[in-house]
Design a protein around this ligand. Structure first.
Ligand code: MTE
Ligand code: LUZ
Ligand code: MOS
Length: 749
């Protein structure tokens, strides 16, 4: 089944926040933000802005009836700055006016005097100054201190990985409208409608039931709207509270880029030890996450980093510590992979560095250390499938690793102006929110008496195709055509207390809840059919929109059955609730079973470097991926292709530069480059691991959203293999992103 949204998207008919028909009394909001990265507000004079014709209200911290606090995990982030500003782009005021131009023009008239204080941008410096957002955490396995003695080779060093702009096509957006009795409805481009609801309630000092949040779809989220869609929604609601009129805020692209948080840049120290057979005996690492000016989701991201420090490998002795460093950039936030890519980048780079220093093959080290069933990760969980090895074996069968190596070597022997590089990237990504309580979901299913079906869940459609998958789950469980199924908007009044659609678990959690609700309806309908046919319930099945007795088709169609059930006064609405079983984690011991299952895969990346210009292209990415048993090949392959490109972009051309004073330099699309159609690999070959799937995954179809992002790591290593074949003196670099400038320098020392 194709993604049900594809037609609407290509014809421009899909509805995003800015496409919702506007009420004629609507007001538009424009932000006033901090021009400096750290300072004390000495003067904030809004009178000139208020005097502009068409301006209705200027909101500042003084106008907040409840708490001026939007922090989700730690309450350390004001909606609007009070005395201090902590990052360039931090919201200070919102101008509400009758049109966008007036709001933006008036915002410029606000007098703002800020005494600048020194900004800290470097997370290592922040750590030296003990500027931490939350306490540091350490995961351990075995005993690293004693293990170094058993190692024949020990390699240590530093590494860096950059931030990453989400660049969702739809910028941050919200539209709030007044309801009767002072209640407020918010249309928000958010991955987390309940987060928007609860934080709006906190800021307005309302009970949650007075705030209704509705989400139709997002023009992309990628984690950037897991909780950072909230402030604009709250500002709109605050505007409604004061003016009684509908209020809309759509961030212009450059405001979005400057103001919102991004993937955490990381700094790393590492030490890796191997025995003479290239078995990794010990790995020790310190991760400094650049968390920005407020906690946001950093503690959860820290946790996911710790869970992925050994990627798809078993390492008997490990010590990993993450410091969450408070700096003066916008609060870093969720981004596809959620801290795992940083961990996986480090271990993959450390292995490649070790191979470079020892003059052995990276691939040999990788292969020797893949994790097997029964072996544990540093937090105690053991994968219940041997798929790390299986994906590797299937990859070798299908793509022939030695042959791929040979082809690259032969090319390099006969070419000078161009060199090729090749790298393999195994992945192992844990599925479940690492915060146990978030692993729950609900679904509400109505069967209307004409036989059509309406479904509400907590899942947010952001391009990943979750709505299409939910249609399939309902259609399959009730055995009806997908045409009968409509997925409603995600609305807090229909499905409450939802987790954000994140952690790649949107389809699993909401799909399982939906399956439960549909199953309840199915059982009710079987009873009705049994009554109609005077038959035993055990003999009745619903199949292809018809009632069957054992395998004999009856004359009772789906529509007839539904109408009869309604006349018999059977309730045709059901709720489903799902909570992932088997999860537990002890944060005192840092041990447990945090994940329902793992997603495995391996990618081979082949690149060509232009040795004159330092430019490169990604020729090919070959992948064997563990889909489980995919319910939607078109969607899942699309998720892999998109994630691979995003992963490659992160470590190659996306260069999120900040000035020393903390101002974002890469603040437009002319200075921040993301992969485009020309940069896309000429071929991405995707092959499915032959497996039955996993019971914890929806219809055995494993989560697919984030794991393949990590295949992008291969580009970082393959490009350096190409440099090395040109410049024998090249030292493997652990400094990402690997921009063309760095490649050129590497080619010629
Ligand atoms: N795909 C598209 N097209 N747009 C997105 O915003 N977000 C990614 C991934 N794929 C995203 C996407 C992220 S960060 C996550 S966590 C998952 O989709 C969320 O959806 P799922 O849980 O339904 O897989
Ligand atoms: N969000 C979250 C996530 O709150 N917890 C997680 O474990 C997670 N993982 C990936 C992406 N978002
Ligand atoms: Mo995805 S980073 O979990 O929104």
């Amino acid at each position: 089944m194709k993604n049900k949204d594809s037609k609407g998207h290509v014809t421009g008919r899909s509805i995003y926040i800015d496409d919702i028909p506007e009420n004629k009394e609507i007001l538009y909001g424009a932000l006033v933000t901090s021009p400096v990265s750290h300072g004390i507000i000495e003067e904030l004079d809004i009178s000139a802005a208020e005097a502009v014709f068409g301006v209705v209200k200027v909101l500042t911290a003084h106008d907040i009836p409840g708490e001026n606090q939007i922090g989700a995990i730690v309450r350390d982030e004001p909606l609007l700055a009070e005395k201090n500003v902590h990052f360039t782009g931090q919201p200070i005021a919102v101008v509400l006016a009758i049109d966008e131009e007036t709001a933006q023009m008036a915002a410029k008239k606000i007098i703002l005097k800020i005494k600048e204080i020194e900004a800290v941008i470097d997370p290592r410096l922040a750590a030296e100054k003990k500027q931490f957002l939350v306490p540091s955490r350490t995961f351990k396995q075995g005993d690293v201190t004693n293990a170094w003695g058993k190692c024949v080779h020990i390699i240590e060093g530093r590494a860096t990985s950059g931030g990453q702009e989400h660049l969702y096509l739809e910028t941050q957006s919200a539209y709030a409208v007044p309801l009767e009795n002072g209640n407020i409805k918010i249309y928000s481009s958010t991955q987390g409608p309940t987060g928007v609801q609860s934080i709006t309630a906190r800021v307005l000092n309302f009970p949650m039931h007075r705030i209704e949040v509705d989400v139709n779809r997002l023009g992309g989220g990628f984690g950037g709207k897991e909780d950072q869609a909230t402030p604009w929604a709250v500002m709109c609601a605050l505007g409604v509270f004061y003016t009684g009129k509908p209020v809309k805020i759509i961030l212009p692209r450059n405001v979005d880029m400057i103001t919102t948080g991004k993937r955490h840049p990381y700094e790393y120290d590492f030490k890796i030890g191997l025995d003479k057979n290239l078995k990794i005996i010990a790995f020790e690492a310190v991760y400094y996450q650049n968390g920005g000016a407020a906690t946001d989701l950093s503690p959860a991201i820290m946790e996911r980093t710790l869970f992925h420090v050994t990627n798809a490998y078993f390492i008997p002795n490990v010590k990993a510590t993450v410091h969450s460093c408070r700096t003066n950039i916008p609060p870093s936030t969720a981004f596809r992979g959620f801290g795992a890519p940083q961990a996986m980048f480090l271990i993959e780079s450390a292995i490649a560095k070790a191979a470079d220093v020892l003059g052995v093959s990276t691939i040999e080290i990788q292969k020797k250390n893949l994790i097997r069933k029964g072996e544990t990760f540093p937090y105690g969980q053991s994968p219940d499938q041997d798929n790390a090895v299986k994906v590797w074996e299937q990859y070798d069968e299908e793509f022939n690793i030695n042959n791929e190596i040979k082809k690259v070597e032969e090319y390099n022997k006969t070419h000078l102006a161009k060199k090729k590089g090749y790298a393999l990237t195994p992945i192992c990504f844990g599925i479940s929110f690492t915060n146990k309580s978030m692993n729950q979901a609900r679904a509400l299913v109505h069967i209307y008496y004409d036989g059509s079906i309406g479904i509400s869940t907590g899942a947010i459609e952001m391009g990943q195709g979750v709505n299409t998958k939910l249609m399939q789950v309902a259609a399959k469980t009730l055995s009806v055509n997908t045409k009968r199924v409509k997925i409603e908007s995600t609305n807090t009044t229909r499905v409450s207390n939802t987790s954000p659609t994140a952690a790649s678990s949107g389809a699993d959690l909401n799909g399982k809840a939906l399956e439960i609700a549909c199953r309840k309806l199915y059982i009710k309908l079987i009873k009705v059919a049994a009554g109609m046919l005077n038959a035993s319930e055990n003999d009745i099945i619903l199949k292809d929109e018809n009632v069957f007795i054992v395998d004999k088709k009856t004359d009772i169609t789906w529509e007839k059955l539904i109408m009869t059930a309604h006349f018999e006064r059977i309730g045709l609405t059901e709720n489903g609730h799902y909570a992932t079983p088997g999860l537990h984690f002890d944060t005192k011991k840092e041990q447990g079973n945090p994940f329902a299952y793992y997603v495995f895969g391996v990618a081979g990346t082949i690149v060509t470097v232009d040795t004159i210009r330092g430019t490169y292209q990604i020729d090919k990415v070959n992948i064997v991926h563990d889909f489980g048993n995919t319910i939607n090949k078109i969607i899942d392959y699309g998720q892999i292709e998109g994630a691979v490109m995003q992963g490659i972009g992160w470590l190659t051309i996306e260069d999120l530069q900040f000035a020393e004073n903390g101002r974002l330099l890469a603040n437009t699309l002319s200075t921040y480059k993301i992969p485009d159609i020309y940069f896309t690999p000429q071929k991405i070959n995707i092959s499915e691991l032959k497996t039955k799937g996993h019971e914890a995954a929806i219809l055995k179809s494993k989560a697919v959203g984030e794991p393949p992002f990590n295949y992008g790591i291969g580009s970082f290593i393959a490009i350096q293999q190409a440099i090395k074949s040109f410049n024998k003196n090249y030292n493997f670099s652990l400094d990402a992103p690997l921009t063309n400038e760095k490649v050129l320098i590497g080619l010629y020392d």
